[in-house]
Design a protein around this ligand. Structure first.
Ligand code: DC
Length: 224
């Protein structure tokens, strides 16, 4: 059977990764969290006191960066587990600068396309349907209101014991939405052939079911 590519794009904290992981599990496909890769590059720069806004300096260290994504969804950076570290506040605050860097995007997109070459994947990010996998078999554009996303992220943090305020999360999401959709390179944008899914009033289970329905309608029973 041919390898199937499923692209899930959308703004920060729209629940893409939770849903994409569950869809990948149901289909027995490989799940690729491309945001985690941009986050790992950010961690490398922070480790090495590199200003994430210094495009040339960041570009000059890319050859030293080795990112591995594991089937249990953990991630390592130069053989160190950074699964938790990539979600820290300081990484949230800096990752948009890294994601706007042309050389970083070239470096990571090449790896993302390579991973998707030989396996069926569910890949989530911002530019998967528009740029990384323009020929993806199914493209979903997953959105939710900023209030819904902020509330979800707030509850998630509280559950994990991470201190935060709803107001600051809302502000941070608005800022990231703005940077992600206004940058010159690969801005967050719905692909013309993507299906929009507004999950503001849906549970995770409902979103997964809706996406599974879209997949079955588009490509039939593709369980690997
Ligand atoms: O989905 P996330 O919050 O983990 O993404 C982290 C950052 O990386 C965010 O600022 C958007 C950016 N990103 C991107 O530009 N392209 C992708 N394919 C995935 C993420």
């Amino acid at each position: 059977m041919k390898n199937i590519k499923i692209a899930i794009d959308g703004p920060a904290a729209a629940g893409k990764s939770t849903v994409a992981q569950l869809v990948a599990k149901q289909l027995n496909f490989v799940y690729i969290d491309t945001g985690a890769m941009y986050r790992a590059v950010t961690v490398y720069c922070l480790w090495n006191d590199i200003d994430c806004r210094d495009e040339q300096k960041v570009a000059s260290v890319l050859d030293n960066i080795n990112i591995t994504l594991y089937p249990d969804h953990s991630i390592s950076l130069n053989d160190r587990d950074v699964t938790k570290e990539i979600r820290s506040t300081i990484v949230n605050e800096n990752v948009s600068y890294i994601a706007a860097n042309k050389e970083v995007r070239y470096f990571l997109v090449k790896q993302q396309r390579k991973i998707a070459e030989n396996v069926s994947v569910v890949m989530d990010g911002r530019d998967i349907g528009t740029y990384v996998l323009p020929n993806a078999d199914v493209k979903i554009f997953q959105i939710a209101s900023v209030d819904t996303r902020a509330k979800r992220r707030y509850l998630e943090n509280i559950q994990k014991g991470i201190p935060c305020s709803l107001e600051s999360i809302t502000k941070e999401l608005e800022k990231r939405d703005y940077i992600d959709s206004h940058r010159e390179l690969a801005p967050l944008k719905k692909a013309d052939d993507a299906i929009s899914l507004d999950t503001s009033n849906m549970t995770i289970e409902e979103v997964v079911n809706a996406i599974m329905d879209i997949i079955y309608r588009k490509v039939g029973n593709v369980h690997a």
